[in-house]
Design a protein around this ligand. Sequence first.
Ligand code: TRP
Length: 448
Amino acid sequence: MTKGDRGHFATKFGVLMATVGSAVGLGNIWRFPYQMGMNGGAAFLIVYILAVFLVGIPAMVAEFIIGRESHKNTVDAFNAVAPGTHWNLLGYLGVITGGIISCYYCVVVGWTLYYLYISASNSLVGYSPEQYNAIFNHFVVNPYIPTLFLVLVIVITGVIVSRGVQNGIERMSKIMMPMLFILLIALGINSCMMPNAFQGLKFMFVYDASKLTFDGAMDAIGQAFYSLSLGMGCLITYSSYFKDNVNLPKTASQIAIVDLLVAVLSGIMIFPALFSLGMQPDEGAGLVFKVLPSVFSQMALGSVWAVMFYVLLFIAALTSFMSLYEVIISFVVEKFNITRVRACIIMSAIFAVMGIVNSLSFGVLSDLTIFGNSIFDTFDYLSTTILLPFGGIFTSLFVGWRLDRKVINTQLNINSPFKFKAIKVYIFFLRFIIPIAILTMFVFSIIN
Ligand code: TRP
């Protein structure tokens, strides 16, 4: 690549797969089902769908506008669209938030790789639920094994990202995302064919108003935001690699719909099986590591399904981690003018050290707490609960109040079969609806 040519996604299918790869991650397969499980099923789903359409898609388009208009990393993107102002701080905030998320996300990606490894070596089936609890609890406190897997994850990601946007991220996503779909559908069908599976489907799809709490509604907005990779310039970075023929509102809608579909399919893959085996849906964060192995153990050909599931989880997590990684790499490469390979080596080393610290906070470093929380929980809380909403509010306010209308108009209408007429409505969403929705969620989650 020559200097100044920063690369782009080659095809529209590649754009979709890479961005869906970012959006579809642990958030869909691990976080969504347990949040739904704890918040009453169908009621949560309805609010979630509203949040995706009313907050998620408009916020996603806002990030796309900044990224594609500037074709720059998230810091320089703000420098380009608002020169001489301090809005670039929002770009820096994104890089920092991305760094913080990466440091604990890679730990969980490591867990998925470990579970893939033990399921493939046939040592995951045939235990009791208590034993699965013990397996997980022993694993996470071990000082060496999680470290090994997390370093492996960082190396794999570093190699893919170092190969560039088109040859690394786009190419891997185009293989991995369709694979993920096939696995998800196979696992979903299998789950629905188990005895009493309809109980699980009923839990997911039969609306019971009494189960909808304000708490649950706020969780749904936060979940939509996290699942769509919003609030830290991740999609500013990816859209900076979009060519000028990509229609932004259409692409955002496609991504959001696929992301939603994957979340719902994840539920369909998990809840019917869970109910069929008489287990509880409100297990919380341990669901995919502690509860699902019991589910697989009791299925015919359980070890095959287990391997498929952890391959799926690993792919989803890895492609999301790649996108977090790319935010930082694009910034480092363009800011310090070094090669991608060098940037990846340096950042991998930093992620490895920080990832290990996060990982050890379950075991040997568990006494080291910040305001009573472990390092891992602090990183998670700081990024997901504080920095992402903050970034989301200000990005929306920036595009709504500050960005030149002409830029918005042009970006929205590129390659559009009809003229995007709802620009006033869209701006109203950016100025009021999105900031207020996120602020409400933010204040509420801080108080909680
Ligand atoms: N969306 C991903 C998931 O569902 C996680 C993720 C990737 C993310 N990049 C992000 C979350 C940027 C917030 C911001 O797992």
